[in-house]
Design a protein around this ligand. Structure first.
Ligand code: SAT
Ligand code: MN
Length: 581
């Protein structure tokens, strides 16, 4: 046996000695293995079967009601020096964190099975892909990891060949919110998660590895690990251009990644190809461009609001081979959520008879897990080991006011400032109050594994290396009018904005320069075929006074990160401020 597998086996043995599982299963990722796991979970109630006629091979998992979202206040980055984790992370001394976790994990797998889950983040033959192994006592996690990553035999073979992997240890424990911690040890390339079975807390390949640990690795190795979708836009000439877009959780990344263009666009021959909906690893290429891979192999998408109108591609992939988490069910056992259609649910997400007095039928953060390959718009480049070249980077937030529908940063440095200044109203994807505006730089607030100031410096450094950097844009689909209604139709109509973005990248259209960025000229965004024309003036206006206030707020926010904030960024902020006055 190779020394890597020896190291892996030693670690599994150590963990088993400490956690005392009844048995150990090495997962190979096969259909037979998955089938056996599903049958076991159906028998013990961890999964509920759904209507096999309408939804073959689809299952529902109901979480503990206290375990339905990521828990940012219980998520820690444990670096030797507190300053390296930055004010953007909760920090714990690694020795203290290890002691705490060792105590929680002691004997926690008694009467349980320890699953060894080798996985690969990224196309299995990609030089940009990275390996990991998750040890977990949750069969639900195993079934999800199988859809979300390249899991099993092939990953193990690559681990054996390569020698490096991220170590992730997970136990659902007693699902006690008071005994729940998600710990990251970037310097050790390891993760420990206890007390939650939910998505980002438990599927360790996702936010824990592919963002928090990977962002730290990326900084050392000269690339970027980002909370971004990747989408390919094919024009009527058959050319495909790729856009990467950062949006906070539950702000429509999945919808944007698989949007269906409006009818006029489809008639002209426009097509949209999905490479990824949540995480993007960006590497500078030899040609001075930035290349992207999606480290994931599946979607863990928000169910509520997904419908034939908002995201027909998503709906089409969800009628087979899907795990649903915390959705409601109809009387004939079909999965259901708010915004799907006008049927009424029979049971809510907790399995109770549906009663509107108890709140929504599906949990607002209920999810579907499905393989990317089921997506009708799945890109034939998604498995390209070299990734896809990125023409534009888009930063988006959920903002009722201020931020225009779209604007273009003056250059890379200004783009980094625009990303660092991102703000968005909070959603149900994390526990806590919903709808308050908070700064969420590059949509990475919950996910950057090191000091934000160092992260911005790294962004500047990567950009300086690129002879053909992507152009950087800011978008906001969520602007509201005085009555609180959304002004922009969003969803498929966002194609209209993407067209402008790509035209700017190809230097095909002029724009109106303002100190905060370049905005579309009158009529530059195609809306004439819309039955009701949105108020484009409001959507594209830059209010200098409101922006001056915003920049003061941004300055205050950046100052929270102290001396480590790159001077270049502060200078640029001052220049924009000056331009406004
Ligand atoms: O819970 S996850 O982190 O996997 C989903 C999300 O919040 O984006
Ligand atoms: Mn996300």
């Amino acid at each position: 046996m190779s020394s890597t597998l020896d190291a892996l086996t030693d670690w599994v043995d150590q963990v088993a000695t400490h956690t005392k599982p009844e048995r150990i299963v090495w997962c190979d990722g096969s259909d037979a293995e998955n089938q056996a796991l599903v049958e076991m979970m159906l028998a013990n109630g961890e999964l509920v079967s759904l209507n096999a006629k309408t939804h073959p091979n689809c299952y529902l998992h109901r979480s503990d009601p206290d375990d339905v979202a990521r828990v940012e206040h219980l998520t820690f980055v444990c670096t030797q020096e507190q300053a390296d984790a930055g004010p953007n992370n909760h920090w714990m001394d690694p020795a203290k964190a290890h002691a705490l976790m060792d105590e929680l994990f002691a004997g926690c797998m008694a009467n349980r099975t320890l699953y060894v889950v080798p996985y690969c983040m990224g196309p299995i033959d990609s030089p940009m892909a990275r390996l990991g192994v998750e040890l977990t006592d949750s069969p639900y996690v195993v079934a999800n990891m199988r859809l979300m990553t390249r899991m099993g035999q092939a990953a193990l073979a690559r681990i054996e060949a390569e020698g490096h992997f991220v170590k992730g240890l997970h136990s659902t424990g007693e699902l006690d919110p008071d005994r729940r911690y998600i710990m990251h040890f970037p310097e050790e390339l390891s993760i420990m998660s206890f007390g939650s079975g939910y998505g980002g807390n438990a599927l360790l390949g996702k936010k824990c590895h592919a963002l928090r640990i990977a962002s730290y690795q990326a900084r050392n190795e000269g690339w970027l690990a980002e909370h971004m979708l990747i989408v390919g836009i094919e024009n009527p000439q058959g050319e495909v251009r790729y856009i990467a877009g950062a949006f906070p959780s539950a702000c429509g990344k999945t919808n944007l990644a698989m949007l269906i263009p409006p009818q006029v666009y489809r008639e002209e021959g426009w097509k949209v190809w999905t490479v990824g909906d949540d995480i993007c690893w960006l590497h500078p290429g030899d040609d001075g461009r930035l290349y992207a891979i999606n480290p994931e192999a599946g979607f863990f998408g928000v169910a509520p609001g997904t419908s034939a109108g908002t995201n027909p591609n998503a709906l089409a992939m969800l009628d087979q081979d899907t795990i649903f988490t915390n959705v409601a069910v109809t009387e004939d056992d079909q999965p259901w959520w708010e915004g799907l259609d006008d049927r009424s649910p029979q049971k809510d997400w907790q399995g109770r008879d549906f009663d509107p007095a108890n709140g929504p039928a599906a949990h607002p953060n209920s999810r579907f897990t499905v393989s990317m390959k089921r997506c009708p718009s799945y890109s034939d480049q998604a498995e390209n080991p070299n990734g896809v070249p990125i023409d534009a980077i888009v930063f988006g937030g959920r903002r009722a006011h201020l931020a225009p529908l779209v604007m273009e940063a003056h250059d890379w440095v200004h783009g980094v400032l625009v990303g660092a200044a991102m703000a968005s109203e909070t959603t149900a994807a994390a526990t806590g109050e919903v709808g308050v505006v908070r700064r969420d730089p590059m949509a990475m607030k919950p996910f950057c594994g090191y000091h934000f100031a160092d992260y911005w410096q790294h962004w500047l450094g990567v950009g300086a290396q690129l002879t053909h950097p992507p152009k950087i844009f800011q978008v906001n689909w969520f602007r509201r009018d005085d009555e609180g209604r959304f002004i922009w139709p969003g969803f498929g109509d966002n194609m209209r904005v993407l067209e402008w973005i790509l035209d700017r990248c190809a230097e095909k259209v002029a724009a109106k320069e303002t100190p905060v960025g370049a905005v579309p000229t009158q009529g530059a965004i195609r809306v004439s075929d819309l039955a009701e024309s949105p108020d484009m003036d409001t959507l594209l206006t830059i209010d200098p006074e409101a922006w001056a206030e915003e920049l003061i707020a941004v300055e205050g926010f950046l100052s929270e990160y102290g001396d480590r904030v790159p001077k270049l960024l502060i200078e640029r902020l001052q220049a924009v401020k000056k331009g406004l006055s």
